[in-house]
Design a protein around this ligand. Structure first.
Ligand SMILES: Cc1cc2nc3c(=O)[nH]c(=O)nc-3n(C[C@H](O)[C@H](O)[C@H](O)COP(=O)(O)O)c2cc1C
Length: 343
């Protein structure tokens, strides 16, 4: 196995077996509550959770978040997740496709189009790779070969800082993105991986010709913590533990980004676990909600377990829509009252 394959399998094992949540942090949605509507004037059976996103109809505003690819185990997981996404008509994101640039044979682990021909499919590469020799033609190849609808560039400075082999030169990256994105054949998405997008970052992002932004805030998987399990460098490992809760809680990042980027489609992620949190995110301005770790756990038990998890989340969403009197996702966004509890 190559270094990247070993790293990918190592990440999967740590995420499945270790406690990788930040210490004492939540995603921030616990600070919000909806006004209950005891006279909702809608029939639960007629509630519509469908949305249209980048030209595709989704059964609900839900995405299986970016996780994996590049090894045999990763390929098996991607096929299970992609089949579930296709059967339920939700969006699906591949993990980093850097391995495809190193070894074209690894494409088999990202090759989900045969299983999921109609799914909204998002690809993935580290934005920092643009500073380490990756150019527009290589990303075009990833998009075309994998049949992507969207291409995500992940921003993960904290993870790279704790990673033994981390790429930490982020100099000039906004300008590199500005140059590369217009050359790509599909819309681009910028995403964090669990530390969120601040107001300062959002202002830089506003200069970019993006299709969407995935905020991936604090409250779920902590990549500082994941990498602290991997590194043999004791100082780096301790730094990862100390910064395990670093970043902006997801709800706070969502509200900030919606205020500063009013027109940009937002994917809300980072510790999103329930249909209630999903409903709150939509009411606070998200267009789509992505969940990663819960689907990795479900995938260990096969396609039916992933389908059951999706069905559970959508039923919770539908129930919240019923008791807020929202007959559609657009009504959930505009016609419900959501309050911040306390200060
Ligand atoms: C096993 C695993 C692998 C991941 N790999 C990637 C990746 O390759 N690229 C990426 O952008 N994000 C990656 N992520 C981050 C997720 O897409 C997401 O932003 C983050 O985990 C927060 O969501 P969660 O709390 O629902 O897991 C990964 C997450 C997990 C759990």
């Amino acid at each position: 196995m190559t270094d990247t394959e070993v790293r990918k399998d190592h990440h999967l094992r740590i995420c499945l077996e270790e406690d990788i949540a930040g210490l004492d942090v939540k995603n921030g949605f616990e600070r919000y509550r909806f006004d209950h509507d005891a006279l909702p004037e809608v029939s639960k059976a007629e509630i519509r959770t469908e949305i249209s996103f980048f030209g595709k109809t989704l059964r609900a505003p839900l995405m299986i978040g970016a996780m994996t690819g590049g090894s045999t185990q990763a390929g098996q997981i991607n096929r299970i997740l992609a089949e579930a996404a296709e059967r339920r008509q939700i969006a699906f994101a591949l993990g980093s496709q850097r391995r495809m640039l190193e070894d074209p044979r690894s494409f088999a682990s990202y090759d989900v189009r045969k299983i999921a021909p109609s799914v909204l499919l998002m690809g993935n590469i580290g934005a920092v790779q643009l500073n380490y020799g990756v150019g527009a033609s290589q990303i075009q190849m990833l998009i075309e070969k994998s049949g992507l609808d969207l291409m995500a560039f992940h921003l993960n400075p904290l993870q790279e800082a704790i990673q033994p082999e981390g790429d930490t030169n982020f100099v000039g990256l906004t300008a590199r993105l500005q140059e590369i994105i217009p050359q790509l054949p599909c819309p681009s998405v910028l995403k964090e991986v669990g530390a969120g997008i601040s107001a300062k970052t959002a202002c830089k992002i506003s200069m970019l010709p993006l299709g969407a932004l995935e905020i991936a805030g604090v409250g779920g998987t902590s990549w500082a913590k994941v990498e602290s399990f991997r590194t043999n460098n004791r100082i780096q490992a301790e730094t990862g533990v100390q910064l395990a809760s670093w970043g902006i809680p997801t709800a706070e990042s969502l509200v900030t980004c919606r205020r500063l980027l009013p027109q940009l489609p937002l994917i809300c992620s980072g510790g999103m676990r329930t249909g209630l949190e999903m409903a709150k995110a939509i009411a606070l301005g998200a267009d789509l909600v992505a969940m990663a770790l819960p689907f990795l756990h479900a995938a260990q038990h096969g396609v039916d377990a992933v389908l059951a998890r999706i069905d559970q989340i959508i039923e919770e969403l539908r129930t919240v829509m019923f008791v807020t009197g929202a007959g559609s996702i657009s009504a959930l966004r505009t016609d419900t009252v959501i309050r911040r509890i306390g200060g």
